[in-house]
Ligand binder design. Structure first.
Ligand code: FES
Length: 575
């Protein structure tokens, strides 16, 4: 099917000219063998690809893009694939999160500057999802998300081993003397065994793929189909077909990603036991669209919901099991009483229509609201004199006996200080202490690294201690677990109260009361503040731009100059 010529279409501002400039726009593209009729006004679809050999989770994206193209051609569109900055979570230093906003700028400007009427976002590894969603949202064209899907289940000596979660567990076993270094290295080859695919635990990548689907921004089942399953490629092809229709319908992101859609996503995050990182990414995405969403919404809307999904890091299964059990549609059907079922999705149907008859095939993986995996599972938002603008904790990943706790602070000034002293048997620490890590926030690291789940001291591990209260202004991998208070705002490097904590101070954590308190008088804190010196800031380049403009975690850690959008207005001609 070919579409009638539409001179109002955005791409026709490039290809529809008869004179010199039309020649220039068309002729150079024709060097790739495109026939003239592809420029006749049919929808031009940009395929925004985050393939990179340095982002192994997205290693199959060139092939995935070919299936998207098939679908676009079938529906009468003209696909044009383009690369954007790809953020490989495991490789990038100091942290991939430092570059989320930079990649989003690449996405936004690449879309707006080019002859594109609609966009397919190929997303997988952790930060590739929010960066593409944020950048595309600031353009607000018809857009559909296609995730790369999770890797196959990791298997080692008959056991399932999950991305990240297995690493944290086994590395602590090595440090406790319970696992040999040789076995540790052998497990390394057994954990990630499919070419392409994101971490197969309910880590940040899987969480964000679920968020994309819960927001209505992908076809149903997008979140969980394994990367190497043929159905992943079928979904890519169907998404290619659908984006062409979305351009005809002018179905833009802002019509789908409404406040109701974000509320649905928050509820879904609780029900899947999703990552704390989703809090920051969804706040930033909402900010791009002008949707009012606050940190407190996470607690108000999601914290009382049960977790239904028995997946690592909170449970035992992995993403393959989740897909075979029914995936997100089965979860959403189960919590449908909490959802805005009338929210529109990219397939033109409502969320309610999409999940109304979604089956569940395995109640050991996806449980029911009447018999949930964990009764209260969302994100709890803590406040107090240690976190005036908030901090978060994921109670479902924490130890019940530590959710109410008072302990002596053991302070690490930064990650180097932690690494230098944590293995020292002379470190003055016991299991009742509260570990405090400073200068890991957006400005302090910079980039807000995933170091909040500090390793425990070996001398305590050897005594069988597996969890302690830990507090930082950093983040935690979605694959990690523990009684870990994160995203403390304002951060230490911005002069937040966390900067003033000293060894020996008493800290109180009361998750039920949503309180985090530093038991030091206001007078003493004022005295310490007068002595506090702000850390040096970077002098040039992206680091400087980032530190000068990044907002705190409670606002989504987007740059202040990137909040909102500039739409899809066609820029002035260059010829
Ligand atoms: Fe890429 Fe986990 S490292 S998804």
């Amino acid at each position: 099917m070919t579409s009638p010529k539409d001179t109002k279409r955005r791409s026709q501002s490039w290809f529809g000219h008869e004179g010199k400039s039309g020649f220039l726009y068309r002729s150079w593209l024709k060097n790739q063998g495109y026939p003239s009729d592809l420029f006749d006004g049919r929808p031009v679809i940009g395929i925004c690809n985050t393939w990179s050999e340095l982002t192994p989770c997205n290693g199959h994206f060139r092939e995935l893009a070919e299936y998207v193209k098939r679908g676009i051609y079938e529906a009468g569109g003209f696909p044009l694939e383009f690369p954007v900055m790809s953020l490989g979570e495991t490789q990038m230093r100091p942290t991939a999160m430092l570059f989320r906003n930079l990649a989003s700028m690449d996405v936004e400007e690449s879309i707006r500057a080019n002859p594109i009427d609609g966009v397919v976002l190929l997303m997988g590894c952790d930060k590739t999802t929010p960066s593409l969603m944020m950048g595309a949202a600031s353009c607000d064209l018809p857009t559909i998300g296609v995730s790369g899907g999770p890797m196959l289940t990791g298997r080692w000596r008959g056991q399932k081993i999950g991305s990240g979660t297995g690493v944290w567990k086994m590395s602590e076993m090595v440090r406790a003397g319970e696992m040999s270094q040789d076995d540790f290295v052998e497990a390394e080859s057994c954990m990630h065994r499919s070419k392409g695919g994101s971490c197969m635990t309910m880590g940040t990548a899987s969480t964000m793929a679920n968020m994309v689907e819960a927001l209505g921004m992908s076809l149903p089942e997008n979140a969980a189909i394994p990367a190497v399953d043929s159905r992943r490629y079928r979904l890519a092809q169907l998404s290619g077909r659908r984006i062409v229709q979305m351009v005809h319908e002018d179905l833009r992101m802002s019509k789908i990603m409404t406040r109701n859609a974000f509320e649905n996503a928050i509820c879904a995050n609780a029900a899947i036991g999703g990552s704390t990182n989703a809090v920051i990414h969804l706040l930033a995405m909402a900010g791009r669209l002008g949707v009012p969403l606050t940190l407190q919404d996470w607690d108000d809307l999601g914290s009382k919901l049960p977790c239904l999904v028995n997946l690592q890091p909170s449970g035992e299964h992995l993403m393959e099991d989740y897909y075979y059990a029914g995936g997100l549609p089965a979860v959403l059907r189960e919590i449908s009483a909490h959802l805005h079922l009338g929210a529109l999705t990219v397939n033109g149907k409502t969320l309610g229509e999409n999940v109304a008859s979604a089956p569940c095939w395995n109640r050991d993986v996806i449980m029911t609201t009447s018999e949930p995996f964990k009764p209260e599972a969302g994100i709890a938002v803590l406040r107090g004199n240690l976190a005036p603008d908030g901090a978060v904790i994921k109670p479902s990943a924490a130890s019940t006996h530590l959710l109410q706790h008072r302990g002596r602070a053991v302070v690490f000034e930064n990650i180097e200080d932690l690494n230098a002293r944590i293995d020292d048997d002379a470190l003055d620490i016991d299991e009742h202490c509260v570990m405090v890590l400073k200068n890991c926030g957006p400005r302090g690291y910079p980039g807000m690294a995933e170091v909040g789940n500090m390793p425990l001291p070996p001398k305590l591990l050897k005594r069988g201690i597996t969890d302690m209260v830990r507090i930082s202004d950093g983040r935690m991998s979605g694959t990690a677990y523990g009684t870990v208070v994160l995203h403390t705002s304002p951060e230490a490097a911005a002069g937040g109260p966390l900067a003033l904590v000293q060894n020996g101070d008493m800290i109180e954590l009361d998750v039920a009361g949503r309180r985090i308190h530093l038991d030091v008088t206001d007078e003493e804190l004022a005295r310490r503040r007068a002595l506090w010196k702000a850390p040096e800031v970077p002098k040039r380049g992206w680091y400087k731009l980032y530190v000068d403009h990044v907002q705190q975690a409670n606002l989504g850690a987007d740059l202040d100059i990137l909040v909102g959008g500039s739409g899809s207005e066609v820029p002035r001609d260059s010829h």
